[in-house]
Design a protein around this ligand. Structure first.
Ligand code: HEC
Ligand code: HEC
Ligand code: HEC
Ligand code: HEC
Ligand code: HEC
Ligand code: HEC
Ligand code: HEC
Ligand code: HEC
Ligand code: HEC
Ligand code: HEC
Length: 407
């Protein structure tokens, strides 16, 4: 034991020594017990977080933090957490000491469904039913059996002393000059604040309580659920105009911003759950996936998809045009295919109209470029809706035996 301060033992990160000095604790010295074989399981061992041995976790996060309290020093190095299904063993993420008690921290990875872990010796089991969360709509975090760590405030007594309200020296936090600064979240949730490639300012700046505090209660930690857009529009004031537009994208209409954006940060630009140009879209619009796999033979994908993705034409949030388009269809197409700019007659054949009529094939649709072209892709040349050979495209609207338009 090092009486002067603290020594890093098995925290995975190099910063542990420095950080823990600010936390005013002692960390158990490395290798101290390692070499000796310890036959006995001498003192009390308890899993202190989570408190229940069986619980349900609704979370975006696929890792559960578990803390085991060990009373006898000799037991520390023989504690072993095992995943019952895979047989995999987990190393602690840290072992720390406070007043002659030892706190072993684990980060246990979860898979969807029931996860059972056994802590040996002693055979204590921890059963976690895990539902990965993708939308907050209709999620009830207050339901019985749902894991809530912060039932008794921000830092429960058992974790106190080590975890404090102070921001440790060397914390990589962006300082934001407004909002409710929450240094007390850092020592446990630093990953949420700083690990993302694309950070969201209020999270990387530790404005956690802006979104997580119940209005009546300074000490509580709340999960915002239901419509989260209200949270977002507090700061993203200009975006609130979306709610007044004629065509609001499904999940935006239900106020479900966090189904696409991780409010803390992510590995993708704009803190999105996947690449926002196209991959994100086909998670829900699965029928459009085929347009991204251009490996298929004899299938022509609209060239712009691989470069600019779906958002070249569609707004992910809201617009005043049908199909969430960024402008009227013909205007949109000729903004890139400029040879047809201003043309009303003369494509694909002399005097042929490209606007200003009804689409004879589709009730309720105007006659536009998409009357003949599929904007996404097609098995036919020029993205046409039918083969140009044999005039098959023409007979989609013109019956060859009758007049134009089959009338
Ligand atoms: C912009 C609002 C916002 C800010 C700022 C914010 N959060 Fe969150 N947080 C949410 C929402 C919304 C959820 C609900 C679940 C989700 O969408 O991931 C959430 C969920 C969580 C969860 C549960 C994770 C999960 O998926 O189960 C934790 C832990 C968390 N936040 C911690 C923090 C910490 C720590 C900070 C500050 C570093 C912070 N949050 C800042 C909005 C925010
Ligand atoms: C004996 C001191 C001590 C006690 C008691 C303690 N911790 Fe910790 N904990 C630490 C130290 C030190 C760290 C590492 C801090 C760092 O690296 O920034 C840590 C880190 C963590 C982390 C972050 C792990 C990671 O790798 O991201 C979580 C979560 C955590 N503790 C939860 C708890 C909970 C919950 C309790 C109470 C049930 C608790 N701790 C009790 C000392 C302690
Ligand atoms: C002592 C460590 C510790 C501190 C400090 C801490 N948390 Fe947590 N928090 C946890 C643990 C452990 C969980 C359970 C989920 C997990 O294992 O990651 C959790 C879960 C959450 C959740 C999900 C809901 C819940 O209650 O389980 C939110 C939201 C959250 N924390 C926000 C915060 C915010 C905001 C702060 C600062 C005001 C904060 N936490 C400070 C350890 C801590
Ligand atoms: C406390 C104020 C605040 C809240 C609340 C907030 N944001 Fe932000 N957000 C910011 C700031 C500051 C930035 C960074 C400045 C910028 O790039 O516009 C940002 C950036 C973003 C960006 C990246 C913008 C860009 O152009 O790169 C997205 C996306 C975003 N926020 C979405 C959300 C969502 C979704 C919510 C609600 C869950 C939300 N924000 C809540 C303050 C906030
Ligand atoms: C269907 C998924 C989805 C939903 C739901 C969603 N967004 Fe976005 N958001 C995106 C995509 C994709 C981009 C990037 C657009 C681009 O690349 O042009 C984006 C960009 C942004 C930006 C930065 C650029 C801009 O337009 O200002 C902000 C801010 C933002 N979103 C906020 C929100 C808010 C607030 C909500 C809820 C009202 C929300 N988003 C809901 C997918 C979504
Ligand atoms: C979380 C699921 C989800 C994601 C992700 C998503 N959408 Fe949607 N989208 C919907 C829902 C729900 C509707 C509404 C469907 C309805 O009204 O029939 C919708 C409607 C649309 C429509 C209008 C369809 C119509 O018939 O009017 C378009 C266009 C669209 N989405 C494009 C996109 C694009 C582009 C992206 C990626 C930036 C995207 N969506 C991402 C769920 C999603
Ligand atoms: C070149 C512009 C363009 C691109 C890029 C584009 N779309 Fe479209 N999309 C349109 C147009 C135009 C319509 C209206 C179709 C019509 O008039 O028949 C449409 C219609 C839709 C619709 C509603 C009708 C239907 O076919 O289901 C959805 C959903 C949709 N697009 C999703 C997507 C997704 C997802 C992507 C990316 C994989 C994407 N779009 C890429 C132009 C585009
Ligand atoms: C953001 C720019 C952009 C928009 C908007 C756009 N396109 Fe394209 N389009 C392209 C690109 C790039 C190509 C690939 C060009 C190439 O392969 O020579 C292409 C190819 C095509 C082709 C195939 C040309 C060929 O010679 O095989 C057709 C047909 C087409 N687009 C029609 C449309 C229609 C109809 C719309 C409106 C729904 C539209 N485009 C909107 C950029 C765009
Ligand atoms: C009445 C059906 C029809 C309509 C409406 C139509 N097209 Fe075409 N388009 C065709 C046919 C047929 C071809 C193949 C022509 C050829 O072989 O020369 C073609 C070819 C093209 C090509 C590739 C050859 C070239 O000229 O570069 C592009 C790009 C194109 N169309 C864009 C558009 C745009 C943009 C619109 C709307 C402003 C539009 N088309 C409206 C039937 C149509
Ligand atoms: C999506 C439906 C559609 C397709 C496909 C289509 N047309 Fe048309 N066509 C029309 C409409 C609508 C008119 C305008 C009729 C009117 O003026 O009432 C028209 C008009 C014409 C006219 C008369 C132009 C004039 O002098 O007024 C000719 C010729 C014609 N089409 C030939 C073709 C040929 C050749 C093809 C195949 C390359 C073709 N059309 C494909 C819908 C279509």
């Amino acid at each position: 034991m090092n009486g002067r301060g603290s020594v890093a033992l098995s925290g995975k990160r190099g910063l542990v020594g420095e950080v823990s000095r600010a936390l005013a604790i002692m960390i158990v010295a490395g290798g101290f017990w390692g070499a000796r074989a310890l036959p006995a399981f001498a003192g009390n061992v308890s899993i202190i977080a989570p408190q229940e041995s069986s619980t349900t976790l609704l979370s975006r996060n696929r890792v559960l933090n578990v803390v085991v309290k060990v009373e006898d020093k000799g037991d520390i190095n023989q504690m072993n957490f095992k995943d019952d299904k895979t047989g995999r063993n987990f190393d602690p993420s840290g072992r720390y000491e406070k007043a002659n008690e030892y706190y072993i921290h684990y980060r246990l990875p979860l898979t969807k469904g029931t996860n059972t872990f056994t802590l040996t010796p002693g055979n204590q089991t921890l059963k976690v039913k895990f539902s990965p969360l993708s939308s907050l709509l209709n999620v009830d975090f207050t339901k019985e059996g749902i894991y809530k760590f912060h039932k008794d405030g921000v830092i429960p007594d058992v974790c106190g002393g080590c975890h404090s309200n102070e921001l440790p020296a060397g914390a990589k936090v962006d300082r934001v000059l407004y909002g409710k600064f929450s240094p007390e979240c850092y020592s446990c949730h630093s990953r949420i604040a700083v690990e993302s490639e694309w950070k969201h300012f209020p999270a990387s700046g530790l404005l956690c309580r802006t979104c997580h505090q119940a209005p009546q209660d300074e000490k509580s930690v709340q999960i915002p659920s239901g419509k989260v857009e209200g949270l977002c529009f507090q700061c993203h004031v200009n975006q609130s105009k979306w709610t007044t537009m004629a065509h609001i994208h499904g999940p935006v209409g239900t106020g479900d911003c966090s189904i696409c954006h991780d409010p803390h940060g992510s590995q993708h630009q704009y803190q999105l759950a996947a690449d926002g140009k196209a991959k994100l879209c086909v998670v829900c619009h699965v029928d459009k996936k085929q347009y991204l796999d251009s490996g298929q033979r004899r299938f022509n994908v609209h060239g712009i998809l691989s470069a600019q993705g779906c958002v070249a034409c569609h707004s992910p949030h809201a617009t005043n045009y049908k199909f969430q388009l960024v402008s009227e269809i013909n205007e949109l197409c000729v903004s890139c295919h400029s040879a047809l700019q201003g043309v009303e007659l003369g494509h694909p054949v002399q005097k042929h109209p490209i606007a200003g009529r009804k689409d004879p094939r589709r009730d309720g649709y105007a006659f536009t470029c998409t009357s003949c072209h599929n904007p996404h892709g097609s098995p036919y040349r020029y993205l046409l809706i039918a083969d140009i050979r044999g005039g098959r495209i023409c007979v989609m609207c013109h019956d060859s035996k009758k007049n134009a338009l089959g009338m």
